[in-house]
Design a protein around this ligand. Sequence first.
Ligand code: IPE
Ligand code: IPE
Ligand code: MG
Length: 278
Amino acid sequence: MWAAVPVAHVAYSAVSCCRKRKERSVHSIVALFNILKKEESAPLTRPVPQHIAVIMDGNGRWAKKRGLPRTAGHKVGAETFRTIATYCKDIGVKYFTVYAFSTENWKRPAEEVQTLMDLFRRYLKEAIETMAEKNVAVQVLGDLSVLSEDIQQLIADCNEEAAKLEHPAIASLCINYGGRDEIKNAMRAIAKKVQSGEIQPEDITEDMISQNLYTAHMPDPELIIRPSGEIRTSNFLLWQSAYAEYCFTDVLWPDFKPEDLEQAIADFNKRQRRFGGI
Ligand code: IPE
Ligand code: IPE
Ligand code: MG
């Protein structure tokens, strides 16, 4: 706790110590002043990205390591999501987006898919009840048309509650989400406008494409975190991640703690983002 100790006192103690033990003298005092200098110049609060996205991965392996069914990993992973979403809001992250179920995850055994859908149901019900108190607008991104009717209704109720909030933090749950599917849908919407003569092909801009994605009106994520040791995007936010900074960690999602998020933010803050410049 350097900040709590008066600099002059630390310096004086260091000096008298140096006098007594000459062999440690010059090096230790130089090191100490370097530390103090660094501490003094460190910002009191670190900047946090405006939009953090997470590929929540490793639930199955977490469970397997403990001899538990994969579904147990998903249940603990859902708790981790609650903890990290709350933490993000508390440190001032405006947008927190998580990959919860991909367009490819339907390939999994029916029982596992069922457990995941039940967890979404439970979370959406909870979100509807607590959104106003937390001032976090929960939304679901993806092709929702194939989700069961009751889940679609919960999502609609969620949107209704979210619309009542003033300047909320935004938590986005990507369900039946695929980056390629999202771009394909955007292309279809734009193609229809061209077909009807509303716009010409030359009118298509990058911004128009962004505004036809599920994330329209949201800034692109600055930081994307993938736990579990896999180093790939798995079809997540393909368009939006063009200039995102990625952080990969071997920690499995159910074990992911606020400290791991802080580590990712610290790594992010050390990156030099050039966006093609110099
Ligand atoms: C992520 O954990 C959750 C979903 C993809 C729904 P996994 O279930 O992929 O866990 P691993 O990768 O098999 O360990
Ligand atoms: C990515 O994890 C999808 C989600 C986290 C929802 P997967 O476990 O499905 O990804 P792959 O199969 O390892 O690429
Ligand atoms: Mg996985």
